[in-house]
Design a binder for this molecule. Structure first.
Ligand code: ZN
Length: 270
């Protein structure tokens, strides 16, 4: 991996972004600062996606030709979210979707720049389309709200920026590990939950899907265990906040499509 940033570009990023990207988001009243540009998000995402493609042991991607039906189910769900949402970067980012074949992982993630990954373990664990759409809406919100580069600005910013300036080759190959291990803040988590409700509310799906995922984790005694929560810290009263957002948007009871979701699950490798 080579990040070619000149000091001049970095300075211009810092000077332009520090003042334009400060904002308070409506859900959490937190200040967001992001020193990276939209192009940086896209570059980071592409590099992570290349690293994932080059590491089939850790990320065994499900073959698209062999499992075309599964991919068409997944892309119907992500397209539904992306095409109906009030998104900031719908046309800036790539929004590519891939399935990782690992039944023991209950997780999904989305890199900066919109590279979406979902594990077969999560798809099989869930019961209906609104739940998966809710989780994917949450992940899409992390990318669309640029939470990773925001967290990098806060947690790693100075160190990483200095390494970029010095052209440190020790960064090579470490981007995926670094980014996927990066914890989102609770403010980002709340924002991603609420954005998921807003996205799904624009579709025919029930907008409380992400809350149903958390309820299912709690009911099965896994609320503290699964991989999802290791990088997505659990804000207080999460389900309550999701339900309140749904009420605020009009309490529309949407579809859950359990039958076609079962067809999706059945199209995956056994
Ligand atoms: Zn999250």
């Amino acid at each position: 991996m080579k990040l070619k940033f000149s000091i001049l570009i970095l300075l211009s990023i810092i000077l332009t972004s520090t003042f334009t990207n400060c904002k308070k988001d409506d859900g959490t009243n937190r200040i967001q600062i992001n020193l990276f540009t939209i192009e940086d998000d896209k570059t980071l995402g592409l590099q992570v996606s290349d690293e994932i493609a080059a590491d089939p042991l850790q990320f065994p991607l499900l073959d698209e030709a062999k499992y075309a039906t599964a991919y068409s189910h997944l892309r119907r769900i992500t397209d539904n979210i992306l095409n109906n949402a009030t998104m900031k970067h719908r046309n800036d980012f790539l929004w590519q979707t891939k399935i990782i074949h690992n039944d023991s992982v209950l997780n999904a993630f989305c890199t900066p720049g919109g590279y979406i990954y979902v594990y077969t373990g999560l798809i099989k664990y869930l019961d209906s389309e609104d739940q998966l759409a809710g989780v994917l809406g949450h992940e899409i919100a992390h990318a669309d709200e640029r939470h990773t580069t925001e967290a990098m600005t806060t947690a790693l910013g100075r160190d990483l920026l200095i390494k970029m300036i010095l052209g440190d080759s020790s960064l090579a190959g470490q981007l995926t590990t670094g980014l996927l291990g990066l914890k989102y803040g609770r403010g980002s988590e709340t924002e991603a939950d609420l954005r998921s409700v807003e996205y799904l509310n624009k579709t025919e799906l029930d907008a409380r899907g992400v809350g149903r995922f958390f309820e299912k984790l709690i009911a099965s005694g896994q609320a503290d265990g699964p991989q999802f929560l290791s990088t997505h810290p659990n804000p207080d009263n999460r389900v309550e906040a999701i339900t309140n957002k749904w009420k605020e948007l009009g309490s529309k009871v949407g579809e859950t499509f359990p039958t076609r979701y079962l067809e999706f699950k059945n199209s995956l490798p056994k």
